[in-house]
Design a protein around this ligand. Structure first.
Ligand code: FAD
Ligand code: MEZ
Length: 483
């Protein structure tokens, strides 16, 4: 062959080798992201510093573990900090002191009925049996849980909160944060977990998180997911329940379902994702929730015709649907001076300018632009039911006070997205389950990130019981599961 042809063929062959060999050679997989700038080792890493995460962290530290908590927001607390009406527990000394006879069995039945029996009965047993101990634990940590009120769907008053009727969430977060600090738990704020680390045996061994100055890898012997629900993630809410498009939310902005996404990526089973609760009494446009405790302490709901339209202490699904059926899709929460004085949480609504106040029912009706005759007649009829101890119109069983003491107050309300009942499947030890119902080694979860406890409809007051009971269990199980 001509030398020149040989040379040309040689060049073509060389170019071919340069181009093709790297394509077919076995290359290491593309790194998914740049290596973390900082690598840290600990026993237990907890993701999320709301009530469930702080309870898990304290419980793991009590078990002797070194614990790091990651929190993506600039402050701890999450939705727990917003909790107002109370924490359910049945058979507590605080109920007994107030002469309230109740039991975990009745609490169990109420929870299953309220959840339309879609709840996991094993988880509900644990919730209701351990809730009194959870209240005692918070009390020992310094929280005032001695006030007891009634919330929707509850046979007996069992929502524990400060005696003054102030919001319960800040009280709980305050003592848990102090206990975590005391126990030497390290809390990293503005540190957002983005991916769980899994080894070849399928064991979760840590997490990659992002901070302002770069990524951090935390290697841990156990990981607890406590990232809360997804009530502030409009896209995710409407993916599962399209009818909720356009609804406001009561949730803090960090409630975006990150833990559910991360758990799904490592094979966790998700349940009840389409079970999303609206809270019936939220101020339109503002998204500010007016606690159910206002109704529990005696307020009623009236529509634009000045009439009651529902048992105000029915479960949230029923009350929300009834409000949406009224003219304008909203209604008015109406109460008197006695109710105001019974609950310190109301003062915040007054100071925020959310409350219309008048010296008489006629004056209030004028301000609300609803018929005064009808409103007066409605309140008089309701007051007669209170006196007789029987609500002949809607069967409301708890009728604490007649609305007779001026001034009278009203707040316009409408339903908004409040609680996501679905999430990561867990067992009674708070171990995260895979699609086959088997625990994923090294991974635990507690709180609103999980599904199964509340079924189709959570009862008011049961979320706080859930996060403290299962938060403590998750922390304990994480320590016990360390290999
Ligand atoms: P959260 O308290 O929301 O904590 C989760 C934390 O994880 C947040 O701080 C979040 O920022 C953080 N996080 C999320 N993603 C990441 C990530 N990728 N990396 C790091 N951190 C992350 N329930 C009751 O029982 N009684 C009540 O009175 C009551 N009142 C309520 C009032 C309001 C306005 C609201 C919104 C809810 C109320 N609830 C109440 C419900 C209850 O507060 C919540 O269900 C419960 O507090 C959830 O606790 P959690 O610890 O699971 O989640
Ligand atoms: O459990 C709740 O979400 C609750 C009691 C809220 C509230 O109305 O205060």
């Amino acid at each position: 062959m001509d030398r020149r042809i040989m040379a040309v063929l040689g060049v073509i062959l060389a170019i071919g080798l340069v181009v093709l060999i790297p394509r077919f050679a076995k290359r290491p997989p593309e790194p998914r992201e740049a290596p973390a700038q900082e690598v840290v080792e600990t026993d237990v890493v907890v993701i999320g510093a709301g009530g469930a995460g702080l309870a898990a962290a304290v419980s793991a530290a009590e078990g002797g573990a070194e614990v790091i908590v990651l929190e993506k927001m600039p402050a701890v607390g999450g939705n727990t900090l917003r909790a107002t009406g109370g924490m359910n527990a049945a058979g507590t000394p605080f109920q007994e002191a107030l002469g309230i006879s109740d039991s975990p069995e009745i609490h169990y039945e109420d929870t299953m009925t309220g959840g339309r029996n879609r709840n996991n009965p094993d988880l509900v047993r644990v919730l209701t049996q351990q809730a009194p101990a959870a209240v005692s634990w918070l009390t020992e940590l310094g929280a005032d849980m001695s006030g007891v009120g009634r919330l929707g769907g509850a046979t007996n008053p069992r929502a524990h909160r400060p005696a003054s009727g102030e919001a319960v969430g800040p009280e709980i977060v305050k003592v848990l944060q102090a206990a975590a600090n005391e126990a030497g738990v390290q809390i990293l704020l503005e540190t957002k977990a983005k991916r769980l680390l899994v080894n070849d045996d399928g064991r979760v061994y840590g997490v990659i998180a992002e901070k302002e100055d770069g990524d951090i890898q935390i290697n841990a012997r156990a990981v607890v997911l406590a990232t809360g629900g997804f009530g502030a993630n409009q896209e995710m809410v409407t993916e599962f329940v399209p009818e909720l498009e356009g609804f406001a939310t009561t949730n803090h902005p960090g409630a975006t379902g990150d833990g559910i996404t991360m758990a799904r990526e490592v094979g966790a089973k998700l349940i009840d994702m389409d079970q999303i609760q609206t809270h019936p009494t939220v101020v339109p446009e503002r998204g500010i929730m007016i606690t159910e405790a206002v109704r529990g302490n005696g307020a009623i709901l009236v529509n634009r015709a000045g009439e009651r339209f529902v048992n105000e202490l029915e479960t949230r699904d029923v009350v929300s649907a009834a409000v949406l059926e009224q003219e304008g899709g909203s209604a008015f929460l109406l109460f008197d001076q006695q109710v105001r004085e019974s609950l310190a949480a109301i003062e915040k609504y007054v100071s925020m300018g959310l409350v219309t106040e008048a010296d008489s029912l006629e004056g209030l009706a004028d301000d609300l632009k609803i018929p005064a005759d009808a409103l007066t007649e409605t309140v008089e009829r309701y007051n007669s039911f209170v006196e007789a101890g029987k609500d002949e119109d809607f069967g409301r069983e708890d009728l604490p006070v007649a609305l007779t003491q001026a001034p009278f107050y009203a707040i316009e309300i409408t339903p908004a997205v409040h609680h996501t009942m679905g999430g990561v499947a867990i067992d009674t030890e708070a171990r995260v389950l895979n699609e086959d119902g088997k625990p994923i080694p090294g991974l635990y979860a507690a709180g609103e990130v999980t599904g199964g406890v509340h079924g189709a409809n959570r009862l008011g007051g049961n979320a706080l019981a859930d996060i403290i009971v299962f938060g403590r269990i998750a922390g304990k199980s994480a320590v016990e599961g360390i290999e």
